[in-house]
Design a protein around this ligand. Sequence first.
Ligand SMILES: Cc1ncc(COP(=O)(O)O)c(C=O)c1O
Length: 380
Amino acid sequence: MKSTDCVHAGKIFDTSTKGMVTPIYPSTAFDYIDTDILAYPRYFNTPNQKAVVEKLCALEHGGDGLVTSSGMSAITTVLFALLQKGDHAVFEKNLYGGTYHAVVNEMERYGINYSFSDASEDSIRSAIKDNTKLIYFETPSNPLINITDIRMVARVANERGIVTVIDNTFASPINQNPLDMGIDVVIHSGTKYLGGHSDLICGAIISNKALVEKFWNTAIHFGGSINAHTCYLLERSLKTLAIRVEKQTQNAMELSDYLVKNSLIKCVNYPGLTSHSGHEIAKNQMKGYGGMLSFEVDLQADETDRFLKNLKVIHSAMSLGGVETIISSPARTSHAKMTAHQRNEVGISDQLLRLSVGIEDAEDLKKDIKQALGAAIQSA
Ligand SMILES: Cc1ncc(COP(=O)(O)O)c(C=O)c1O
């Protein structure tokens, strides 16, 4: 089903040429006479926007959605649509750095209060207040690949009528469908797995019709819409989402098994490993454990630099989810704006490296890591 939806859902059949792919409709001006729809790109209702939303809804099992100009635009649209002055929100503390900064820099000046919790039920329950309107979390989380029990969050929130929002970027809809587990809103940085080729930026919000209408009312003011060409590129990328993510998941499992056996690696964070603290929960809520892992190297700072510089197949870069394997140092990239103290509090050490596993041959990736580790310690 997933692969079929990846290929076919939402596709606009070109009746004039009988061509196989959705045509690109670049218009920003549409005739409004004799039609019920006032089409305009910032109204999120042009043919390419609607086509790609339909595919995403099929993949996430949602009733409606919006594609936005970036993941952050999806996140801020949802937060500001759901929260207002005097409200309180709970954020699970293992957040993407950009989301964390949006929360701590923007919420208070709009009169919105928030608390951070950890992933346990007790911690989430004790963070909830009478005016809590939203619980927001990521699983697997960035960059420690922690697992939160999705059904538990949905249950706790439902008891109090609180809306739940999950950033499902790391799992992708191929490995995890939170709406099926009682979550209200799914967000993606489409820049990552959905786009999958490190060449487009977009975001997605998938939910039910009533909530999406609410998001739409805010989104048209914030203006974070995307153009027809990016929609088309996203639609094209989504056709191979299932096979890409399946291969990435398989490679990540192989690499994790390989890394845990290496004496220069202190620990490996991957939910597919039985030693991972969230393994049982992940087994229950994920179809595959995903293409993201992180590990701590047992190296000095200069050795870690040499390791990174000596990698030949794997590249040091920001971002994730592409077909190529990318390594990054969260302390220097996604979480660089946090103070060392804040990073330590959430467990992000300077030796932590995050791997976004691509679709290359796993053997080549292992060989690359082996030779780069060797070069790092030899030149010491
Ligand atoms: C988990 C997660 N959510 C959201 C974002 C933000 O997405 P974008 O960069 O597309 O705005 C990122 C970016 O790295 C991310 O990793």
